[in-house]
Ligand binder design. Structure first.
Ligand SMILES: O=c1[nH]c(=O)c2[nH]c(=O)[nH]c2[nH]1
Length: 318
């Protein structure tokens, strides 16, 4: 056998499902997360010589995550909760140098009652399959008193469609071209968006029980400490541009979305969109003498589940 060496190792718990209620009398706030918590550090011997003494069991990683879901003051903010989990683990275990915490936040919105306009204080509705996403890396490799963190947030599975206001023409015509140029088409995509905040340095946690970081009081608007508003603005900007842009292509519309997220959020350094082009093909009825293919007469479409285009790009602050 030729010689080999371990060049990377990371482990932890995936698919930790968390639901948390925050009660204020009758008025409740709820969050539901799918979490992944992975660790790196001086753990090589667990792989190379079966040395389990360096392993924090993935079961314990799950238990820490649930404990922090119970006691963390940050539970309602996915960014801050992920930072708390990461900070806690790298601070508690001397040989763990990095924590990677990924959260998906599921939608639970208050039920608006039909009798009056007041949203219900403790009844909720899954009003969309899109999920907010957060990826946090807490790095203690420079020392436990010098924690730094990278935070990337975004959203996934935001399904949108527009029935006009999208064209596609002027592309390369050669022996492989069968696509017909159109000045009007159906455009649909499932938005996957990730935006990266400027790197953070975190204050070192002191309270052994909570191992928490502190949030600066004078945090800047649009920064990671303002992440809930950034998330709302990024989702709104994406939907606005999708609806209002007279789209020349998915590529051109994507770029405008990214430009707006950067312009509106001072703390966001770069934005990556992945946009599948979910094709809706006008059904050809010429054999019946019926025109359903010229853009003005295209009314019946066959949604095509595969293949789809896939357009992606990263837009960064200059
Ligand atoms: O907006 C589009 N971009 C493309 O690159 C492409 N390619 C294609 O076949 N249709 C489209 N639409």
């Amino acid at each position: 056998m030729s010689e080999s060496v371990l060049t990377g190792a990371r482990y932890g718990k995936d698919l930790i499902r968390i639901f948390r209620v925050v009660r204020d009398g009758e008025f409740h706030q709820v969050v539901e997360y799918n979490a992944t918590v992975l660790l790196e550090g001086d753990i090589e011997t667990s792989y190379t010589i079966g040395d389990n003494s360096v392993i924090v069991a993935t079961d314990s990683i799950k238990n820490i995550t649930y404990y922090l879901a119970k006691i963390s003051p940050h539970i309602l903010s996915p960014e801050r909760f992920a930072l708390h989990v990461g900070t806690y683990i790298v601070s508690k275990y001397a040989h763990i140098h990095r924590a990677f915490v990924t959260l998906e936040k599921l939608r639970w919105s208050r039920i608006p009652l039909s009798a009056n306009d007041h949203p219900h204080p403790h009844s909720f509705l899954r009003d969309g399959n899109d999920r907010q996403t957060v990826e946090v890396e807490v790095d203690a490799s420079a020392g436990k008193d010098k924690l730094s963190a990278k935070v990337t947030s975004g959203l996934t599975d935001l399904l949108v469609l527009k029935s006009t206001g999208s064209a596609f023409y002027g592309y390369i015509q050669d022996e492989y071209t069968t696509l017909v140029e159109v000045d009007d088409r159906v455009l649909s995509t499932s938005v996957d968006l990730a935006y990266t905040f400027a790197p953070l340095s975190l204050s070192s946690p002191t309270d052994d029980d909570k191992l928490d970081f502190t949030v600066p009081e004078d945090f800047a608007l649009g920064s990671v400490w303002d992440a809930a508003n950034v998330a709302t603005r990024a989702r709104d900007a994406t939907l606005d541009i999708f609806a209002l842009d007279d789209s020349a292509s998915v590529q051109a519309t994507l770029f405008k979305m990214g430009q707006r997220v950067i312009a509106e959020n001072a703390g966001v350094e770069s934005v990556t969109y992945n946009l599948p082009n979910k094709h809706y093909i006008p059904v050809d009825m010429k054999y019946l003498g019926v025109d359903n293919t010229t853009p003005a007469n295209a009314e019946v479409f066959a949604p095509v589940s595969a293949p789809s285009g896939l357009i992606s790009a990263t837009i960064s602050r200059k």
